[in-house]
Design a protein around this ligand. Structure first.
Ligand code: AMP
Ligand code: GLY
Length: 422
């Protein structure tokens, strides 16, 4: 098969790494890819948001199967455009991608189908939003409806802070069109986890759970980021909890999307709050998490590609996946300053020495190749991933590998996995 992966981050490196190992692959391309992906796939200079460019490339190169990594091209309708051109793709249509593209859509779907989630209201009118906030007890959660690159959620400790957040979005244009509608919801206490399932429109095949670290600093301090590290499995998602997640959240969602005429195909990523073993849905994403994907994929013993194809073909009911018993843990190395302003261009040494450690894989995110030297080219730059019998072992191994990286312009958290180990 001739396969194209869309995207150029750590998640897409992990996808390319796994797909390149499939005996089904004759040629693998990645648009746009990065310096690390170039070892597994031919990188093509087409951005993940350039739908025309992707379509043209896939046609010209007679691509058989496209795997879409990030949410934006999914929400923009890439999968149906490829299908119209006769090209099969992994991922949801735009109608099904509303599960991530509109928080209000998802909340209403949960309400209609009895899926546990925080109580909420949805608003476009600032006066109605203010009145709703005045009646709530803080903390109050205010969310932009649309895609906001992970920055659209404010947890307000006071009513005034909630009023400010709602006003910034509804009248201040804070997230542009994504904030013209907002969801205001109840604060849920508990422990967060990410749960992933492959879905083919009808059948959901649970993958594994993971936990990520969203704050930039040790001890969960500092600003929110795309994710500074992750590990899998997630101890809080034991077998009972996983079955509850499937029975109460994932399967009802898949059935609801089918019944409502927008069957979901692709990977469904449920962001969960788990309180005393009872899961509630915080949000859906319609793609693999980054960096959760990196930690999941190294645990997968089966060939990934046939599973992605089965999701697109609607035959997951005949499918089973095997997993290694080992745990995995990913430490993200980012450019100093991230998620604020940072400098790029610094040379990164030690990648080969780091990945030479048995059980370690170094996934690239924002990197570029400069005549054989790897340079930093983004905020999140490397995902050092280790596999070992326990999360504690994987943590030790991952930091041993981190310490072999020679990159003065980078930083990482030193406590990834701490909660699972204590
Ligand atoms: P989201 O983009 O919806 O995942 O929100 C980002 C982060 O905000 C989540 O990972 C949670 O830490 C937090 N969050 C979102 N909604 C709630 C809620 N209703 N209660 C508590 N925390 C929340
Ligand atoms: N790690 C969080 C995300 O991918 O959205």
């Amino acid at each position: 098969m001739r396969v194209l992966v869309v995207g150029g981050g750590g998640r897409e490196h992990a996808l390319c790494w796994a797909i390149a190992a499939s005996p089904l692959v004759e040629a693998l391309y990645c648009a746009p890819g990065n310096a690390g992906i170039a070892a597994d796939a031919v990188c093509v200079p087409v951005g993940a948001g350039d739908l025309d460019g992707i379509l043209g490339f896939a046609r010209d190169e007679r691509i058989d199967f496209v795997v879409v990594g990030p949410e934006a091209p999914l929400v923009a309708g890439l999968v149906a455009r490829l299908a119209d051109a006769g090209i099969k793709a992994f991922g949801p249509t735009a109608a099904a991608a509303r599960l991530e593209g509109s928080k209000a859509f998802t909340k209403d779907l949960c309400a209609r189908h009895g899926i546990p989630t925080a109580a909420y209201g949805r608003f476009t009118d600032p006066a109605a939003a203010s009145a709703f906030i005045e009646d709530r007890v803080p903390p109050i959660v205010v969310k932009a409806d649309g895609l906001a690159a992970g920055k659209g959620v404010t947890i307000a400790e006071t009513r005034d802070a909630a009023l400010d957040a709602a006003r910034d979005m509804l009248t201040g244009g804070r997230f542009g069109a994504a904030g013209e509608e907002i969801v205001i919801e109840e604060f849920l206490a508990g422990e967060e986890a990410s749960f992933f399932a492959l879905v083919d429109g009808e059948t959901a095949l649970p993958l594994a759970a993971a936990q990520d670290h969203k704050r930039a600093g040790d001890g969960d301090t500092g600003p929110n980021t795309g994710g500074m590290g992750a590990y899998s499995p997630a101890p809080v998602v034991n077998e009972d909890v996983a079955e509850r997640v499937m029975a109460r959240i994932v399967r009802p969602t898949v059935a609801a999307m089918k019944a409502e005429g927008a069957p979901f195909r692709g990977v469904l990523y449920a962001g969960l709050m788990i309180d005393d073993g009872e899961p509630s849905l915080l949000e859906y994403n319609v793609r693999f998490g980054d960096p959760e994907c990196q930690a999941l994929i190294v645990r997968l013993a089966s060939d990934l590609l046939p599973a992605l194809i089965a999701s697109a073909d609607g035959v997951l009911d005949m499918f089973d996946l095997r997993w290694h018993d080992d745990a995995a843990l990913t430490v993200v190395m980012a450019s100093k300053g991230y998620p604020g302003a940072y400098e790029t261009g610094g040379v990164i040494g030690g990648i080969d020495a780091s990945s030479a450690i048995d059980g370690v894989t170094v996934f690239h995110a924002g990197t570029e190749d400069d005549g054989g030297a790897v340079r930093a080219a983004g905020g999140r730059v490397l995902g050092i991933t280790a596999c070992a019998p326990t999360i504690a072992d994987a943590q030790r191994l991952a930091y041993r590998a981190v310490d072999r990286i020679d990159w003065p312009g980078g930083f990482c958290r030193r406590d990834i996995g701490a909660r699972a180990i204590d």
